[in-house]
Design a protein around this ligand. Structure first.
Ligand SMILES: Nc1ncnc2c1ncn2[C@@H]1O[C@H](COP(=O)(O)OP(=O)(O)OP(=O)(O)O)[C@@H](O)[C@H]1O
Ligand SMILES: [Mg+2]
Length: 293
């Protein structure tokens, strides 16, 4: 069925189309042909409990790779009688280029989940793959390697006070081999310009506002072009205008780089930037809502 329709796109009829357009046409045709089966499958899938990850759209399935795959993840703090379960049976997928917002009440396990995905904690049970690497049972060296492909932004910007804006951003590139000091400084200046800070390259953090410091933190997280950006309440310390600016910069740069974003927030005013919203309650993934397909 698909082959038959695809042959209608002969070289002659496609002569004026560029390769990208042809690919998107073929995907569209495939989507039309398969949509009845897909709808039936979606209804069947939706009948399962909400802890299952949201079913990606067909183009997503065809074109995107998961950057993060979590299955039946459990985590607890403490030992013996003091043991306290914090995450229970969490499963989710995050695809290349997706912006996923993670919400939920205080103490529901958002930061714990984020730090596990960021390879900053050991996995106790379940499976967690980042960029195809299984983190359960992974060695320290493998965790360090995974972290090299992840950018982190926290509520507190964590900039080094003794370094200028440009030097703080340049620190991120020090882990990369084969990059000269001159290249490092040029790349840092260029990404600082992209976040609107080109006139503050030589400023120290103490002489910058909260919003400006957070822009530098974004530049630092994205300068090495990570495939995944993890942000934990990056707008919490900012007024609403600066908060909005900061997430829009994050969204734009990540889109340009094809980087997936997982962003924890309590800030309802920025929910619209998400492709998908995950909601946590008591350590469980209670809802997984797609806003855009
Ligand atoms: N290092 C730790 N040792 C012991 N318990 C911890 C530790 N870190 C977090 N917890 C507990 O795990 C639970 C989940 O914490 P977590 O920080 O993941 O929540 P959160 O959803 O990020 O909350 P918030 O919105 O307030 O940041 C909380 O009850 C917290 O007290
Ligand atoms: Mg938290």
């Amino acid at each position: 069925m698909v082959t038959e329709r695809s042959t209608e796109l002969t070289p002659k009829s496609c002569r004026s189309l560029d390769f990208g357009l042809e690919i998107s046409l073929r995907v569209h045709i495939l989507e039309i042909h398969l949509s009845p089966f897909f709808i039936i499958f979606s209804h069947w899938y939706d009948s399962f409990p909400p802890t299952l990850p949201t079913l990606p759209t067909l183009p997503t399935l065809l074109l995107m790779k998961p950057v993060v795959t979590v299955r039946n993840l459990n985590h607890a703090f403490g030992k013996g009688e003091l043991r306290k379960p914090v995450l229970s049976d969490v499963s989710l997928d995050i695809y290349q280029g997706e912006i996923v917002i993670l919400t939920g009440p205080s103490g529901s396990g958002k930061t714990t989940l984020l730090t596990l995905i960021g390879a900053l904690r050991s996995i106790q049970s379940g499976s967690l793959k980042v960029l195809g690497q299984e983190l359960y049972g992974a060695r320290k060296k493998q965790l360090v390697e995974v972290r090299r492909h992840i950018g982190f932004i926290f509520q507190a910007h964590n900039l080094l006070g003794s370094l200028t804006a440009q030097q703080n951003v340049g620190m991120s590139l020090r882990l990369q081999q084969n990059i000269s000091v001159a290249e490092r400084s040029a790349k840092s200046a260029s990404i600082l310009a992209a976040v609107g800070m080109s006139d503050r390259l030589d400023y120290y953090p103490e002489n910058l506002s909260g919003g400006q410091k957070q822009r530098i933190a974004i530049a630092r997280a994205l300068v090495s072009e990570p495939q995944l950006l993890l942000a934990d309440e990056p707008t919490a310390a900012l007024d609403s205008k600066s908060g909005r600016d900061v997430v829009e910069i994050m969204q734009q740069l990540a889109q340009e780089q094809g980087c997936a974003i997982l962003l924890v927030t309590h800030d309802n005013r920025i929910l619209d930037i998400a492709d998908r919203i995950l909601h946590m309650e008591d350590g469980c993934l209670a809802r997984d809502t797609a806003l855009r397909s």
